[in-house]
Design a protein around this ligand. Sequence first.
Ligand code: ZN
Length: 166
Amino acid sequence: MAELVGAPGEVQRFAVDWMLGRLARWLRILGHDVAYGRHLRDRTLVDSARREERLLLTRDTRLLRDPHLPRHLFVESDHFREQLRQVAAAVPLGGAPLLTRCLDCNRPLDEVPRDQVRDRVPPYVWDTAPRFLACGRCGRVYWPATHRAHMLRELAAIGIVHEERA
Ligand SMILES: [Zn+2]
């Protein structure tokens, strides 16, 4: 599937079906731009995939009846680890740093100075985390170091070796 591999720095974008919430979240953890939400179902989901050239991930067999469905992958399993394996077998995953997008909003996170997050994170975290990222939309603060080890273990268990580009 070499033709699906983008240029360096180019990361696959997805439009993910409402029923695939955990999969959408993990794709965002991996740094992918993922259109996902209550507002994206049926035609709005398909339109988003087509308009923004996203790979459509769905478990909705009704969508498959559309002969003009944009590039898509029918997700076979109900379990998110199997789902992630299936997607990883079809297109390259990762290639972006982990946790650089808000898991709720999909918005790229901004690095914020320590002093700005003092009241927004637990004191221990404020003392120990090397850097902080925040979502400009919902305000959620991320401190990647804490979740990183856990996430890398989970990805390794699924069989995804995460390699970050500098
Ligand atoms: Zn957010």
